[in-house]
Design a binder for this molecule. Structure first.
Ligand code: FES
Length: 135
């Protein structure tokens, strides 16, 4: 059993596991480590808006695909006091003091004042997303 945000059980199917956190269900995927970043197949976001990358990432990173098809990668660490925001359909909500963020990392509601840390996401033309961890 594994959890993404430490609140519930997970079912594993085909290398992708589902994490139930509060009211949200977010798949967990294991990325490859490549060239100072992480790589995952674009297909992991074919039917999901968000997936959480696991691979010893503490805090983990969530990748989100917008309705327009743009990808963002965000560190799941609240900019207020470093709790782990939960991933919902339209926002990332911090359970500690109630801050909310959009999927570009911007603060929707405080007390957080700074955005979540984001990472550049690019497509490699071979069906993979690359998340650059180094600048
Ligand atoms: S740690 Fe997230 S709102 Fe305080």
């Amino acid at each position: 059993m594994r959890t993404a945000c430490g609140t519930a059980a997970v079912a594993v199917c085909g290398g992708v596991s589902l994490s139930v956190t509060g009211c949200s269900t977010v798949p967990l995927v294991t990325p490859e480590i490549k060239y100072g970043g992480l790589s995952v197949s674009v297909s992991v976001l074919a039917e999901e808006a968000s997936v959480i990358l696991r691979r010893g990432l503490r805090p983990p990173i969530v990748i989100h695909k917008s309705e327009a098809g743009n990808y963002t990668a965000l560190l799941l660490q609240c900019s207020h006091k470093a709790c782990r925001p939960e991933v919902f359909e339209y926002s990332l909500d911090c359970p500690c003091h109630g801050s909310q963020f959009d999927f570009d990392g911007r603060v929707l509601n405080g007390p957080a004042e700074k955005a979540l840390k984001t990472f550049p996401v690019t497509e490699d033309g071979e069906g993979n997303l690359f998340i650059a961890l180094e600048k």
